[in-house]
Ligand binder design. Structure first.
Ligand code: SAM
Length: 287
């Protein structure tokens, strides 16, 4: 079995963005489809996943739509069903294993390209919407990605991304789970300071970055995935979603699972289901 995150673990200083990107790619090659396995299972109180909410942001006049970091294709699959009128649907991801799964589920309907956003080969002003689902905050540094998004969007187009929440503190249990996670990860990997550029997690700095790259003032909405699942299943899904679990030793992972399970089990009101609100943002911006 491949040992994941070797570059980050071996670094005795903060790993570079390129080291993090290469380690992340190896993780996705080893475990394609991991994001859908978690976030694809959960919906808002009105039954919509983050993928569904993004599909709804596609403008009515759209003829071509691009997804960056398309992974194994869950958003693209919803997109072609909801918008059969689209002339061109494109998915971009550097991970060959994820793209192979996407190709299996989407066939020829979608143009899949093995590329990184930083070296996107699409023509200027060629799409009406650019979508990303839990990807944009991984682009590090973000400036080249923002420039590429602004470059490929047509006038009147839309950029929409399902983003890390700006409201974590408003969700007490979620915030507590994250606090436990950060404490345990920091114990095993104190030199690791996080995955993306920290400016992307601040509303004002995000807005400044988008505007400087040729996009407009963002509109930010907060949403919540309302989860009710057996504690162990929920705990395993969360552990599969958060990359940094792989920076923890097996003992620490067991400790994390035990601490998370205790917090989640305390929400079971007798029906065998733990309840968790998992917040996220939808950020939209136009050139
Ligand atoms: C958290 S996963 C999300 C996958 C998919 N959007 C979903 O939500 O199911 C992040 C994805 O971004 C891709 N990715 C990472 N860096 C990228 C880059 N520089 N350009 C394009 N895609 C990238 C990864 O390969 C991975 O498939």
């Amino acid at each position: 079995m491949v040992e994941l995150f070797q570059r980050i673990k071996a670094a005795t200083r903060a790993p570079t963005a390129e080291e993090r990107a290469l380690d992340l790619l190896e993780l996705h090659e080893a475990r394609p489809g991991i994001t859908e396995a978690t976030l694809g299972s959960w919906t808002t109180a009105t039954g919509q996943s983050g993928y569904d909410l993004l599909v709804q942001r596609v403008p009515l006049h759209a003829r071509a739509v691009l997804e960056l970091g398309a992974g194994n294709g869950p958003l693209l699959e919803r997109l072609v069903v909801a918008h059969p009128e689209l002339e061109r649907v494109i998915g971009v991801d550097p991970c060959a294993a994820d793209l192979a799964l996407a190709r299996d589920r989407l066939g020829d309907r979608v143009e899949l390209r093995q590329e990184r956003v930083e070296s996107l080969g699409l023509e200027d002003a060629s799409v009406d919407a650019v979508l990303t689902h839990h990807v944009f905050y991984l682009f590090d540094p973000p400036e080249p990605a923002v420039r590429q998004i602004a470059r490929v969007l047509r006038p009147g187009g839309t950029f929409a991304t399902a983003h890390w929440t700006f409201e974590a503190k408003s969700h007490a249990l979620f915030a507590e789970l994250m606090e436990v996670f950060a404490r345990l990860t920091c114990r095993d990997a104190p030199h690791f300071a996080g995955w993306g550029d920290q400016r992307l997690f601040d509303r004002d700095q995000l807005a400044t970055l988008l505007r400087a790259g040729g996009l407009g003032q963002p509109v930010i909405e907060e949403h919540v995935l309302a989860i009710a699942e057996p504690t162990q299943l929920l705990c395993q899904r969360l552990m599969g979603f958060f990359y940094s679990v792989e920076l923890q030793s097996p003992e620490t992972q067991r400790e994390l699972c035990a601490e998370w399970s205790a917090l989640l089990a305390a929400t079971d009101s007798g029906d065998g289901l733990a309840r968790l609100d998992f917040p996220f943002s939808i950020v939209t911006s136009e050139p």
